[in-house]
Write a protein that binds this ligand. Structure first.
Ligand code: RB5
Length: 151
């Protein structure tokens, strides 16, 4: 991925600067979609900003950070075309790319420390979607979205 939109809430903010710096050391262009402090805010706003940046093609992928990664990934997954994974270890991050073609990675600053978060980010970025039988399954996810969008 060459470009990433990054979003966080006030809890995820503590990891934000270091994760942005880590992405940039990998040569990735980072678009900052907020939040910008530890002042309390609501995570859906940043999940929506990042999801829209991904689905519009503004960026190749998204990274989201809240306390657990749960609320922010649930919100992102409401957007058709978003496949967000919440990870607390690198293996799932890697497989989520290889098998599920995830386009958003989420994690929680209350769950993982900075070094583990960087390992998760690297595992996600280094892995490639394998297509084949996995494409068939991802297509089936897209069909579910289409069914409900038609309502
Ligand atoms: C905020 O207190 C917290 O709920 C949020 O960061 C996140 O963990 C939600 O899933």
């Amino acid at each position: 991925m060459k470009s990433i939109a990054l979003g966080c809430d006030h809890v995820g903010f503590i990891l934000k600067a270091d994760i942005v710096a880590h992405l940039q050391t990998r040569g990735i262009k980072v678009i900052d979609k907020g939040w910008w402090s530890t002042e309390r805010t609501d995570y859906p706003r940043y999940a929506n900003e990042v999801a829209e940046a991904v689905t519009s093609g503004e960026v190749d992928g998204g990274v989201l950070i809240c306390g657990t990664g749960v609320g922010i990934s649930i919100t992102a997954n409401k957007h058709p075309g978003i496949r967000a994974v919440v990870c607390s270890e690198p293996y799932s991050a890697q497989l989520s790319r290889q098998h599920n073609n995830t386009n958003v990675l989420a994690f929680g600053s209350r769950v993982v420390g900075l070094e583990l978060a960087k390992m998760i980010v690297d595992a996600w970025l280094d892995a490639e979607f394998e297509g084949g039988r996995h494409q068939t399954r991802v297509d089936a996810i897209t069909e579910v979205e289409a069914r409900f969008n038609a309502l």
